[in-house]
Design a protein around this ligand. Structure first.
Ligand code: NAP
Ligand code: MG
Length: 404
């Protein structure tokens, strides 16, 4: 039995992913590793019962122990508040955890040799590093009813105010004021460099500094300074930094082989991460890692709670939900725990589980979402795919019988 020295913060979740979570833990983790788990139930019911305190406690526990693994959770809609009789529309747990850790989210696709990707040149993962603070996500907007003058006004804590003309309106229109902070941009750049050094991959950062000569140029400047500061370490790791204009980067990525970290401003990261996820095939094959500037880590699947499959499950129908991203969230957390605690056998076990997962898929044991891609059919033949439970059981069998 492999032993972990320090605990993992375990955050349970909702719906279909909660079902998968238990099976993964019972069949792929507990039989092979002895790891202390500090359990937080972030299932919607318990968040509601604790007035969401449990989410804040879990976030603080990640800061304390350094590594967490999280199941997908429901962010309740207004309709769900009424339907489930919730006290209120609790905020997204991911948002709460992200702001507590001031982290950057990295999304990484998992590639299996026999699952075709939409972009032929993509042979290695393209990791998206999305800045998760500010810009249009924290903007103030206003509709302009008619003719008038719109200005930006900055009133400094001391000294004279500064003004800039936005537009001299002749008729109705709209305006938006958005911001970012040097502190947040710098910690984003630092998290990207840390991630790229850990994974030994090149970094791209792209924006539109030719047009936005102050705002985007500020981001570009911070990235230039931070990469310059860690030039030595980057050279030693054999990795490089490149700035590209965003439109150039979008065109370049389509003929690139992958194996890079693409750092993006908030909106670009939102849009491009969905493009990259779709291009690599299935949402069930995309993991997400939150890295804080102080070196705390949280791992999860990038997808949600797969509500539609859960409905089928509740109705007693067999499901074929892909558990790969959830399994890789666990292996990511175990590998990181092993690295931080200097227990290489734990990291090696994580690698073994990942190879077992890919081994199953490459031998043709896969869930329906992958069978669709492999057989290029919306309704692939029943003998080409297995159920949610069968896939996890196949992986467990492969881990146990692997001679490694
Ligand atoms: P979703 O759970 O990601 O699922 C959307 C669709 O994508 C599914 O219906 C399914 O398509 C496919 N899919 C996603 N993951 C899959 C998997 N592992 N295996 C096979 N197919 C998969 O998104 P949603 O239905 O929009 O959101 C459901 C809930 O999740 C919401 O309450 C939302 O707030 C929450 N959410 C949580 C997180 C998080 O905790 N990180 C992230 C996103 C969303 P088919 O139905 O066509 O098979
Ligand atoms: Mg999006």
């Amino acid at each position: 039995m492999i032993r972990a020295r320090n605990p993992l913060v375990e955050m349970d979740g909702d719906q279909m992913t909660r079902i998968i979570w238990r099976q993964v833990k019972e069949q792929l983790i507990h039989p092979f590793v002895d790891v202390p788990l500090e359990y937080y139930d972030l299932g919607l019911e318990h968040r509601d019962a604790t007035d969401d305190r449990v989410t804040h406690e879990a976030a603080r526990a990640i800061r304390k122990h350094g590594v967490g693994v999280k199941c997908a959770t429901i962010t309740p809609s207004i309709a769900q508040v009424a339907e489930l009789k919730l006290k209120k529309a609790w905020p997204s747990p991911n948002g709460t955890i992200r702001s507590e850790l001031d982290g950057t989210v990295f999304r990484k696709p998992i590639l299996a040799a026999n699952v075709p990707v939409a972009v032929r040149s993509w042979r290695k993962p393209i990791v998206i590093g999305r800045h998760a603070y500010g810009d249009i996500y924290k903007a103030t907007e206003m509709s302009v009813p008619g003719a008038g003058r719109m200005e930006l006004l900055f009133t400094p804590a001391s000294g004279a105010p500064e003004r800039r003309l936005v537009h001299e309106f002749k008729g109705p229109g709209v305006v938006m004021g958005m911001h970012n902070t040097e502190k947040s941009i710098r910690s984003f750049a630092q998290a990207c460099i840390r991630y790229a050094l850990d994974e030994r991959i090149d970094i791209w950062f792209s924006a539109k500094d030719t047009i936005s000569k102050t705002y985007h140029t500020f981001f570009k400047g911070v990235f230039a300074e931070e990469t310059e500061r860690r030039k030595g370490e980057m050279a030693a790791a054999g990795i490089s930094y490149r700035y590209l204009l965003i439109d150039d980067a979008v065109a370049q990525i389509m003929k690139h082989e992958g194996g890079i970290l693409w750092a993006l401003m908030n909106y670009d990261g939102d849009v491009q991460s969905d493009m990259v996820a779709a291009g690599f095939g299935s949402l069930g094959m995309m993991t997400s890692e939150l890295v804080s500037p102080e070196g705390c880590y949280e791992f999860e699947a990038a997808h949600g709670t797969v509500a539609r499959h859960y409905k089928d499950h509740l109705a007693g129908k067999a499901t074929s939900t892909n558990s790969v991203a959830t399994i890789f969230a666990w292996t990511g957390a175990l590998r990181k725990r092993g690295q931080l605690d200097k227990t290489p056998e734990l990291s090696a076990f994580a690698g073994k589980v990942e190879r077992s997962v890919l081994g199953c898929i490459e031998e043709g044991v896969m869930t329906k979402d992958l069978a669709r891609l492999v057989h290029n059919a919306n309704e692939p033949a029943r003998n080409t795919w297995v159920t949610t439970e069968e896939f996890i059981a196949a992986v467990a069998k492969r881990i146990a019988s692997s001679g490694e």
